[in-house]
Structure formats: C-alpha cells, structure tokens
Ligand binder design. Structure first.
Ligand SMILES: [Zn+2]
Length: 221
C-alpha cells in the first residue's frame, strides 16, 4: 500500500488544496497521513490564541477522520511563521523517515502566503535531507520520496503540470472543510472552494471538478 504524506501550514490548508484527492486516494485503498505545521492560532479576532489553538486541533482531527485519515501529526509551530528552526526541520525529517511516503503534497512554490512559502521550503529541504545517511539527529532510516506535488490554497496557481478529477469527491471535500467551524463562521469560504474546483474541472476536463498540482518531482503518480 502506498503512503501519501500531506503537509499544510494551517489546520485547514490540506483539505482546501487536496481534500478531494485525499478522499479519492483513500477510496483507492491508499494511506494518507496529515502533518499540520502551525497551531493556526491567529485565525480569529474573537477567541484567544490558546483557546483557538485547542479548537483548531480538534477540528483538524475531526476533518481528517471524516476523510478516513488515521494518522495526523501536529508540529505545533506558532501561526504567522517567519522562519523554521533546525529542530523543526529535524522533526519533519523524522516524520518522513517514520511514514516513508511515496508521494508528498505541500504548498506550491507559487503560493504568495508567507507561512505557506516557509512550509514549502521546509518540506522540500527536509525531503532532501531525509533521503541520505546524513542528519543523524533525526531518528529512522533514510527514505527517498518519489513524488513531490505542490497544491494551491488561496491564490490559484498559474503553473501546474498535473490534475486530479475530484468530481466524485467534491461533496466529501466540502463536508470536511465544514468541520473547520471556527474558520467558516466568519468567512464562508466553501463557496470559493467549490467555485475553484468547478473552474479547474471545466478548464481541464470540460466538466466536473478538479484539483491541480505543481510537479516538483515526479516518478509516477
Ligand atoms: Zn494556510
């Protein structure tokens, strides 16, 4: 069974960019693992950061479970990342060596959000570092990731090389996003996500819904 590792800066990013693909891969019998990098504790003006971090963790677990994801890891970095540390990178290398993913999905390099850019860079560099006998501070055996794909979130990307038809999975994607209640209360973004999925489907397949990905490394997909 192939393992797919998804990493997102904030607790709802993975569902936003790849929720349909996750549902589809799980239907096909593949394993999906989520890594949520930050606590997402800047995502509300009404709730304290501590309280919000707790709520968003619960929402992320509920949403992942709904999609059929059994493994979800939290790096618990502060929201509003300005950088990642050596120790943060070691943690991510350890998770790559632990789960041994065939494919890793991370933020696209063309995403303008600063936190997303940092997570993109942290993922790509950790994948390279996890592949060889170096970085012995990180537990586990070296592991080479065959595919690296970049997904879009708030800013639709102009350059992508592959797409996944999620026509059969769009309802599940939206229902998973609806479980991030603290986020959609203030800003009902599910309409935007539905719109983007239909736009991608129409432009690529002439119908239905799709998610697009930037290919950063591709062996087979
Ligand atoms: Zn985000």
């Amino acid at each position: 069974m192939k393992t797919n590792l998804f990493i997102g800066a904030h607790p709802d990013d993975i569902e936003f960019g790849c929720g349909g693909t996750v549902a589809k891969l799980i239907d096909q019998g593949q394993k999906c693992v989520f890594i949520v990098a930050t606590k997402g504790d800047q995502g509300s003006v009404k709730i304290s950061r501590e309280e919000l971090a707790k709520i968003r963790k619960e929402e992320a677990i509920a949403s992942a479970q709904y999609l059929g994801v059994k493994d979800i890891e939290f790096l618990e970095l502060d929201d509003g990342l300005t950088a990642y540390s050596f120790q943060d990178k070691i943690k991510l290398i350890e998770l790559i060596r632990k789960y041994k993913p065939y494919s890793v999905f991370t933020h696209s390099q063309f995403d303008h959000h600063p936190d997303h850019q940092i997570i993109h860079e942290m993922t790509v560099t950790s994948i390279k570092s996890a592949a060889g006998p170096w970085f012995k501070e990180a537990k586990g055996e070296p592991h080479y990731v065959s595919n690296i794909l970049g997904y879009e979130v708030w800013n639709p990307i102009n350059e992508y090389q592959t797409a996944v038809d999620i026509t059969e999975n769009i309802d599940k994607k939206i229902a998973a996003l609806d479980l991030h209640k603290s986020q959609i209360e203030d800003y009902p973004y599910t309409d935007a996500i539905k719109g983007l999925a239909h736009y991608r489907g129409a432009m690529i397949n002439g119908k239905g819904c799709a998610e697009v990905f930037e290919v950063l490394r591709l062996k087979t997909f």
